[in-house]
Design a protein around this ligand. Structure first.
Ligand code: UDP
Length: 481
C-alpha cells in the first residue's frame, strides 16, 4: 500500500468566509473531535491518490483534520490490472450498466480477495485497536471483515450509487454485500443509493463538499486565467502568456508549464480563440459522463451556423494518469474518432483536451482556469454519484447545464441555481437548453450567482467535517468488534 502524504490547511481560513455562528460551530466540532478521538487514528483507504472526486475530497478534508490535530492517515491500495477491471465492473454494475460485460463470479471473487489479502496484511500491521478505518468505494470493501477482526471501527463509504435499480445493479450489490454488510457504519452521498440490506441504524448520509482555497477553486484574476490557458495552449491567444505561479499544497511555489513538448493540451485540432464563448465539460473519460453525447448535442445546436462564437471544450485527465480507470483510453479514443467525423465547420468549434495528471497542483490550476473561463459549464452525465464538477462550476458562478441524475439533483434546483436536463440521452433537449443560456447572458449571470450561494450554504468543508466528527465520535464510544 502506498501512504499519501497529508498536508495541513488552517481551519481559520475556511472560518473566514463563514458566518460567525458557522465558524464557531466548526471550532466546537474540531474540539469535540480531539476530545473523543484522543490518540486514535482515522485511516482512509481508497484506490487512487489522484484523479476523480474521492481523492480530491480526501486531500482537503484530511488536511483540515490535521490542523484540528486529528490524526488522519491515507493509504492507497495495491492492485493489478485484473483487480481494477473487476472493481470497475462492479462500479459500472452498481450504476446499472454492463461495463465491459465480463462476469462477476467465483473467479472474480477469488482474485478480488487475493489482492485484498495482501493489502490487509499490511494494513493490520499499521492500525491499532480502537482506530477508525474508512474504506472508500468498492475497491477496498473486501477489507472490512479483516479489519473488524483487528478491533478497529470500520466505515464503508460508498461514493457511487444509482437512482434506480435493475438486474445489473443487483449483480453489483450482490458482489459487494457479503464483504461490507458487517461494517460498523455506512456512508452514502444520497439515501436512495443505499441498497435495502443496509441497516438503517448504521447508515449516515454525507454529501461531498469542495474547498474554496484549493488550487481547483481558489480565486484567479482574469489575467491569470488568460495566462494559464494561453500558456498551456488551451486557448489561442496572442496576448501575454506569462507563466503563472501557484502555491502547492506542500507550501512551495509551482509554475504552470507550457506543455509545448507534448504538442499542447488540445488534441488533434487547434485551440479555441480566446474570445470564443466556451461551453465546457470537464470529466474523466468515462462513458457515463457522456462526453460523446455533449459533442452530439453541441453539433446539433450549431449545425445551422447559429450561436456564432460559441465553442465546445471537452477536457479530461490525461488517460495514462488515472490508474483505477482502465476504460479511459478507450473512451477518449472513441471521442477523437467521433470528432474526426464532424463536418469541418463544426469540428472547428469543438476541441478535446487532455490535462496532464503528473503534477496535481498544476492540474487543479488548469481545471480551475478552464472552469472560470467557461461561458457555461455542462455536466451531461448519464449517471452521477454526486458531481463535484458541478459544485466547482457553481462556486465559480458559472451557469451549469446538467443532467437531472444522482447528486446533481441535490445541488441544482432547475431554473434557480442552474438548468437541469430531464432526459440526458436527448441531444435535442440538451441543445435547446444550452441554446437558452447562450442567447441570454442575464440568465447565465443569475444562475451563476445563485449557484455560488447554494454551494456556500450547503457544500463546503465545515458541514462535511462536522458530519464526520459526529460519526467518528459515535463509533469510538462503541466497543470495537
Ligand atoms: N478532474 C480533474 N482533472 C480532470 C478531470 C476531472 O481534476 O482532467 C476533477 C474534477 O475537477 C472533479 C473530479 O475530478 O474535482 C471529478 O469528480 P466528480 O464528482 O465530478 O466525478 P467522478 O470523477 O468522481 O465520477
Amino acid at each position: 500500500m502506498q501512504e499519501v502524504e497529508v498536508g495541513t490547511v488552517p481551519l481559520d481560513r475556511l472560518a473566514g468566509i463563514l458566518s460567525p455562528e458557522r465558524a464557531e460551530r466548526m471550532a466546537a466540532s474540531a474540539a469535540r473531535a480531539r476530545d473523543r478521538l484522543g490518540d486514535h487514528v482515522v485511516w482512509h483507504v481508497n484506490a487512487t491518490a489522484h484523479g476523480g472526486g474521492v481523492a480530491e475530497m480526501l486531500k482537503v478534508l484530511l488536511a483540515y483534520g490535521r490542523d484540528a490535530k486529528i490524526e488522519n492517515r491515507w493509504l492507497v491500495l495495491d492492485g493489478d490490472p485484473e483487480f481494477f477491471d473487476i472493481t470497475k465492473r462492479v462500479h459500472n454494475r452498481i450504476h446499472g450498466e454492463a461495463g465491459d460485460g465480463g462476469p462477476l463470479g467465483d473467479a472474480e471473487h477469488h482474485h478480488y480477495r487475493r489482492v485484498l489479502t495482501d493489502n490487509l496484511r499490511e494494513l493490520v500491521s499499521r492500525v491499532s485497536a480502537g482506530d477508525v478505518v474508512v474504506l472508500h468505494d468498492p475497491q477496498p470493501a473486501g477489507l472490512c471483515h479483516g479489519l473488524r477482526d483487528a478491533g478497529v471501527h470500520v466505515v464503508w463509504r460508498c461514493h457511487i450509487g444509482s437512482d434506480d435499480s435493475n438486474d445489473r445493479s443487483d449483480e453489483g450489490w450482490g458482489f459487494l454485500r457479503g464483504y461490507v454488510e458487517g461494517a460498523d457504519a455506512f456512508v452514502f452521498s444520497r439515501r436512495v443509493y443505499a441498497p435495502s440490506w443496509v441497516d438503517g441504524a448504521r447508515l449516515v448520509v454525507i454529501p461531498p463538499s469542495i474547498d474554496p482555497f484549493s488550487n481547483k477553486n481558489v480565486e484567479l484574476t482574469a489575467s491569470e486565467v488568460r495566462s494559464v490557458l494561453a500558456g498551456v495552449g488551451l486557448v489561442a491567444d496572442e496576448g501575454p502568456a506569462d507563466s503563472v505561479r501557484f502555491k502547492r499544497r506542500d507550501g512551495t511555489d509551482g509554475w504552470v508549464r507550457t506543455h509545448r513538448e507534448s504538442g499542447g493540451l488540445v488534441l488533434d485540432g487547434p485551440p479555441p480563440p480566446h474570445d470564443a464563448r466556451l461551453v465546457v465539460q470537464v470529466s474523466r473519460w468515462d462513458r457515463l459522463k457522456d462526453m460523446a453525447g455533449v459533442m452530439d448535442g453541441f453539433a446539433e445546436l450549431v449545425a445551422d451556423g447559429t450561436h456564432d462564437g460559441a465553442h465546445l471544450l471537452l477536457a479530461g485527465p490525461s488517460v495514462t494518469g488515472v490508474t483505477d480507470d482502465p476504460e479511459g483510453a478507450e473512451v477518449l479514443e472513441a471521442c477523437r474518432a467521433q470528432w474526426r467525423q464532424l463536418p469541418d465547420p463544426i469540428r472547428d468549434r469543438v476541441h478535446l483536451a487532455s490535462i496532464p495528471m503528473d503534477d496535481l497542483d498544476e492540474n487543479a490550476i488548469i481545471v480551475n482556469a478552464v472552469q472560470r473561463h467557461a461561458y457555461a459549464v455542462v455536466q451531461k452525465s448519464l449517471m452521477e454519484g454526486f458531481g463535484l464538477t458541478v459544485t466547482e462550476a457553481m462556486w465559480k458562478e458559472r451557469p451549469v447545464v446538467a443532467s437531472r441524475v444522482g447528486g446533481i439533483q441535490d445541488q441544482i434546483v432547475d431554473g434557480r441555481d442552474g438548468l437541469l436536463l430531464d432526459d440526458p440521452t436527448d441531444p435535442q433537449a440538451f441543445a435547446a437548453t444550452l441554446g437558452r443560456l447562450l442567447v441570454d447572458p442575464a440568465l447565465a449571470d443569475r444562475l451563476g450567482a445563485a449557484g455560488r450561494e447554494r454551494v456556500l450554504e450547503e457544500f463546503l468543508g465545515d458541514r462535511h467535517l462536522e458530519q464526520y466528527v459526529d460519526l467518528f465520535s459515535r463509533l469510538v464510544d462503541q466497543t470495537p468488534a
